[in-house]
Design a protein around this ligand. Structure first.
Ligand code: APR
Length: 235
């Protein structure tokens, strides 16, 4: 029998219980930092030192964080027999990988650096600064390998292809406010997938989904995974 094709989209909410801030919740990152200034190419051109400082702080937080029960459950699901799971994440932390899973990082990764001059990519040092030269071309055009507002997310063709073939689509810990990720549920549905939203609360886009599991990811995701692979939810 063919493996069941499942696609999961994760957002900041899955890492919230690992101590990493979300963006749009009360006390979220975008309530403290103007996103136009720290998460756009224009903001970077205006004040690269400020943008590097923002991502240096986030890289330090992410480096100190541990995957929680939700990340670990998805890693188990990915290894389970009879399941073909692709995790697409909007998160730039490495907690899916730390849990033992592979994930498609559509918004880039804090652990990677990118040269705006020659497009070379490499492992980011803990602290980055505007004057840091690119190791390939020497230009002082180093930036975090993060997709900012106004830029095109990574791996879109592969993600679209996957959504067209998925049997079950789950969105976990994402507010559904940012496109193109927010449109994935409609694409999956259009191709016949069942859809489920797993979130601390019913989001503004909850009506896009067939089913809803409302509660903290660290509880809801292990229970959902257990229901899919028949494991003991107490694990
Ligand atoms: N368990 C489950 N869901 C949670 C939890 C939790 N413990 N804590 C918060 N949430 C939910 C919130 O209810 C909210 O719907 O996580 C969601 C977080 O939403 P956002 O802060 O908007 O984060 P996200 O959807 O990942 O943002 C998308 O926006 O700024 C950009 O590039 C950034 O990738 C990010 C994108």
């Amino acid at each position: 029998m063919a493996a069941r094709r499942i696609t999961v989209l994760t957002g900041a909410g899955i890492s919230a219980e690992s101590g990493l801030g979300t963006f749009r919740d009360k006390d979220g990152l975008w309530t403290k930092y103007p996103l136009e200034e720290v998460a756009t190419p224009e903001g970077f051109a205006r004040d690269p030192a400020r943008v590097h400082a923002f991502y240096n702080a986030r890289r330090a937080n992410a480096a100190g964080a541990q995957p929680n029960a939700a990340h670990l459950a998805l890693a188990r699901l990915q290894r389970a027999e009879g399941i073909d799971l692709v995790i697409v994440t909007q998160n730039v932390d490495g907690l899916h990988e730390a849990a033992g899973a592979t994930a498609v990082h559509m918004h880039g990764e804090l652990s990677r650096a990118y040269c705006g001059a020659c497009e070379h990519r490499w492992d980011a040092p803990a602290v980055m600064s505007p004057e840091m030269p690119c190791p390939a071309c020497g230009a002082p055009a180093t930036r975090p390998d993060i997709v900012w507002f106004g830029e095109i997310p990574y791996h879109m063709d592969a993600i679209h292809q996957r959504l067209s073939q998925t049997e079950l689509f789950a969105a976990i810990g994402t507010s559904g406010q940012v496109y193109p990720a927010a449109g994935f549920v409609q694409i999956a549905r259009q191709y016949g997938a069942e859809t489920v939203e797993i979130n601390l609360e019913q989001t503004d886009v909850a009506w896009d989904f067939d089913d809803h599991l409302v509660g903290p990811a660290s509880q809801m995701v292990p229970a959902w995974v257990a229901s899919l692979i028949g494991e003991d939810p107490g694990r």
